[in-house]
Unconditional design. Sequence first.
Length: 95
Amino acid sequence: MQLNILDNCELAESEASIDVTDEPKYNGQDFLLEIGTEELPPKQLHNVTNALANNLVTSLKDLSLPYDDVKIFYTPRRFAVIITNVATKQEPQLL
């Protein structure tokens, strides 16, 4: 039995083609801001963490830095905001 390796390689190359349109338009990095505090009242933790996340998102938008997602985490003594895939530089702009 004879195996034609070239035919198999050509088949593998055609099956392995990747569509580059799915690639992100920028290379970003995840950003984590974690703040430790004295114990805060549990009723205010969600509001405080949301306010921090909203301020960070507003600042990123003002700076024209795109991002993917924002997540918040909190405990009585600490709260954190994770912003995923934040662009590491701005797009060129006309001033």
